[in-house]
Write a protein that binds this ligand. Structure first.
Ligand SMILES: *Cc1c(COP(=O)(O)O)cnc(C)c1O
Length: 472
């Protein structure tokens, strides 16, 4: 290929010439020849445009190779690479919710690498069921007769209603017609499950007699929904699980209770508000209970369905179950996570979600004090950095009114100077390991509750000065 020289412009190296430089050898070694050639072409095109626009000197062949390397290196970074969640929301849906326990990570890795008896009974050599790996654990942990697991709790609700009320009516209180966010709205899910929604009661008050009056020959199920992400306060009334269970039983109908963020243990032990556990709701008479795997339970994304054996069997016969099932990787991580619950005394050490929620305030404050000089040093004179008290939240709609005292660093641009807090937040998000904080009252707040890798964070900040958009 000949060199490219538009009239009057300095000469640029040719693609071949760049490919013969020592830097290009590294480039090809790492990314292969086709991608390298393409990146060099793109870099030359950019250089040509820059020369046309502003003159200056042409880059050397070595320069072009180095620029191409930087471009491919950036492009090769996964968009799912780890980041520092300093938002203060422990179960942040947009940041992947629960972080896996080590045991879950190891279990998932092991099954990824090898064949496993996913649906194979080693004792008989015959076909097995994938639920067998977690059924016993879920029965022990919830006291329910039977259990199954699907993609997420939205799928669990859909599957229960489709199994029990397809072509029939599902009764739900007007006070429980929740929207979870995204496209999860209870009325839509009921409809998509093939059921006709029958609303009873009012927004603030629904009584057992409202349900009773709505039962007809067409009723397929009564659905109770835990209003996990909001609370109706004041002049309110709701029918409790026990009352509803009695009523459903008398009418010969199944009661499905969507618990949302299902908890398996009493959270007050960790300083959190007490929520009804799955065991309690099942014992109160709900025929099926559904809950999330990656909210307070602290495992991989999943939806659990526990309850009556005949109803779980019916769910397992529903062809939709096949479409909503989980794969071996998640199943292994689920099994390992649930096993941690057998030893409640060490759960908070082993399960990151609980560990982070229960993290002592003094611990977080000490970390803020240690990190303050690093952050202030990396940001330079343009910003004031101060330790601050803040409040973390659980997230994912779990215990929405509950916040937890936490600590962090508050960063404010010094004396205006056109340096906005949004621009700083954007710079932190562009780091090789992005830092995501939250903007609050003109400050960028870094809530340190979820910061585990302190050294990694300090190192990441040190690279801030070299990052694009750094202060001059
Ligand atoms: C979160 C939630 C869901 C949806 O659960 P996913 O696991 O996110 O699909 C359904 N119902 C309630 C009450 C919830 O809180």
């Amino acid at each position: 290929m000949s060199s490219t020289k538009p009239a009057g412009l300095p000469e640029l190296p040719s693609v071949d010439w760049v490919l013969r430089t020592p830097a290009a050898a590294d480039l090809i070694e790492r990314f292969g020849r086709p991608a390298s050639t393409q990146a060099i072409r793109a870099a030359l095109q950019e250089a040509r445009a820059a020369l046309r626009a502003g003159g200056g000197a042409a880059p050397t062949a070595e320069d072009v190779a180095v620029r191409s390397f930087a471009r491919l290196d950036e492009e090769s970074r996964s968009t799912l690479a780890p980041l520092f969640n300093l938002t203060g929301t422990v179960l942040h849906t947009n940041l992947g919710r629960a972080v896996f326990a080590d045991a879950a990570v190891e279990a998932a890795l092991a099954v990824m690498r090898e064949a496993v008896a996913l649906e194979f009974d080693l004792a008989s050599g015959k076909r097995g069921e994938r639920d067998d790996h977690v059924r016993g654990l879920l029965r022990d942990l919830t006291g329910a007769e039977d259990a199954t697991v699907v993609n997420n709790n939205a799928a669990a609700v859909l599957l229960c209603l489709n199994t029990l009320a397809n072509g029939r009516e599902a009764i739900v209180s007007r006070g429980e017609l929740i929207e979870i966010g995204g496209a999860f709205r209870m009325p839509d899910i009921v409809t998509r499950a093939g059921a006709k929604l029958v609303e009873v009661g009012t927004t603030n008050r629904t009584h057992p007699k409202d349900y009773r009056a709505a039962v007809t020959a067409e009723t397929g199920a009564i659905l109770k929904v835990h209003t996990s992400n909001y609370r109706i306060q004041g002049f309110t009334a709701e029918a409790g699980t026990e009352e509803l269970a009695r009523l459903a039983k008398a009418a010969g109908l199944p009661l499905v209770h969507d618990l949302g963020s299902g908890v398996l243990i009493d959270l007050s032990r960790y300083g959190l508000r007490r929520e009804p556990t799955v065991r309690e709701v099942a014992a109160a008479g709900a025929d099926l209970v559904t809950f999330s795997g990656d909210k307070l339970l602290g495992g991989p994304q999943a939806g659990y369905i526990v309850g009556r054996r005949d109803l779980v069997a019916a769910i397992n016969r529903n062809p939709l179950k096949r479409a909503l099932r989980v794969d071996k990787v998640r199943l292994a991580a689920i099994e390992a996570t649930l096993k941690l619950y057998r030893d409640p005394d060490r759960l908070a050490d082993r399960l990151p979600t609980l560990r982070l929620l229960a993290r002592p305030l003094g611990d977080i404050e000490a970390q803020a004090a240690r990190l303050l000089p690093h952050v202030a040093g990396a940001l330079g004179d343009a910003f004031d950095v101060e330790p601050c008290a803040c409040r973390s939240q659980i997230g994912s709609g779990a215990l929405p009114l509950e916040t937890i005292a936490s600590a962090g660093l508050a960063i404010r641009p010094r004396g205006g100077g056109g340096r906005s807090v949004e621009a700083l937040a954007a710079r932190l998000r562009r780091l090789p390991r992005p830092v995501v904080g939250r903007i609050d009252d003109g400050r960028l707040l870094l809530d340190l509750r979820c910061l585990g890798d302190e050294a990694g964070f300090a190192a990441s900040l040190a690279s801030l000065a070299a990052a694009p958009g750094a202060a001059p």
